[in-house]
Design a protein. Structure first.
Length: 367
């Protein structure tokens, strides 16, 4: 059964939805390559599935063909993105598709990579393989929003988050935890999906955070720790400094403090001397460009009020999460308010989603 609008059957959509779910599961974990899902169907039944490998290789099509429990000849292949058609570190997926005599190939959108874009259908059709494009196009565009920003703008896809009480306090020296344990799991999921996590040395010195992913079984996917520390005020006894290894920590600075520089270099930190104008903070756009060049494609910002406000004012978040508790915090001793609520609504208010995690309210704003 097909719909009048797009001529794709209900089963076509079902198979592509599965492929999109496979791609979604690996999003943020495939390095420079996009996360792709692939489903192979023969005589109306699924005979294999595949995803892009961790780090970007092997490709989903290769994995799906390798996983087939029967000959893929004369089958249909549902892929979430136009298959590659050029030699890189691996042979073209189009060559593998042709070699295995796949009969039909479905994909929703073309790859933005100019080496690939729009060329695969011609290669496949010249080998008598039927190509159908546009299946669940809208869903695919949403899936590849970060990949498109990476390739078009040469910048990381930036997600921000902040936890706040009902009365908009984001820090209190009398309360360590603001939101509940379910919200914590979502926070760690965001870390799991990110290449890097960004804070300032001020946040580091106040909170002494670990900045790792603590979801069971996924600790090895902890992001690189990135610290903005213009004057090298970082506490050398902090957890972050003590746990530096294998260049998992990047520090942007602009200071002549040789003692601290030498200490941090010996520990294994990757130090970047980023020039700033007198009495000004770092240019965040330049920081993001540098991080992209260093392989950070998905960045999570977990800064305090000032850093968060700078990103919001400049509309540099692609997504922003607020984790709001149902409880008020007492305004005793030292505390910090979240001062960007109105700016956030003005800059990002058009596109937002609300849902509950226990008693916490989560709001996602999109740029």
């Amino acid at each position: 059964m097909s719909t009048k609008k797009d001529n794709f059957t209900t089963k076509d959509k079902k198979f592509m939805k599965l492929a999109l779910d496979l791609a979604r599961a690996r999003k943020g974990l495939t390095g420079d390559n996009p996360s792709v899902g692939c489903v192979i169907v023969k005589k109306g039944e699924i005979i294999s599935i595949g995803q892009t490998g961790y780090g970007g290789r092997p490709h989903a099509e290769h994995n799906a063909i390798s996983n087939c429990f029967e000959d893929p000849k004369d089958s249909r292949m549902y892929i979430t993105l136009e298959p590659c058609n050029h030699y890189g570190k691996t042979p073209p997926c189009t060559k593998n598709i042709i070699k295995n005599q796949i009969r039909e190939v479905y994909y929703p959108i073309e790859d933005i990579d100019l080496k690939v874009k729009g060329k695969s259908s011609l290669i496949l059709e010249n080998s008598n393989i039927k190509v159908k494009k546009g299946l669940l196009r809208k869903e695919a565009l949403n899936l590849y929003n970060s990949y498109y920003i990476n390739r078009k703008k040469k910048l990381p896809y930036v997600i921000g988050k902040i936890a706040l009480s009902k009365n908009k306090i984001i820090y209190s020296d009398t309360t360590r935890r603001i939101t509940n344990k379910i919200s914590d799991k979502l926070s760690h999921y965001l870390r799991f999906k990110s290449d890097g996590i960004l804070i300032t040395s001020k946040t580091l010195n106040i909170d002494d955070p670990k900045l790792n992913c603590r979801l069971q079984g996924y600790t090895k996917f902890s992001p690189k720790r990135i610290i903005l520390d213009k004057n090298l005020k970082i506490n050398l006894k902090s957890y972050i400094v003590k746990s530096i290894k294998d260049k998992n920590t990047i520090i942007f600075y602009n200071s002549n403090n040789k003692t601290k520089k030498n200490f941090l270099k010996k520990k294994g930190a990757f130090l970047i001397n980023q020039a700033t104008k007198k009495n000004e903070n770092f240019d965040l756009k330049k920081i993001l460009k540098k991080l992209y060049m260093l392989g950070i494609k998905n960045l999570l910002v977990e800064g305090g009020d000032k850093l968060t406000k700078s990103f919001i004012q400049k509309r540099m978040f692609n997504e922003f999460y607020t984790f709001k508790s149902s409880e008020n915090l007492l305004k005793e001793n030292k505390y910090v308010n979240f001062t960007s609520s109105d700016i956030l609504k003005t800059k990002y208010g058009r596109y937002k989603t609300n849902f509950k995690l226990g008693t916490d309210k989560i709001t996602i704003y999109k740029n």
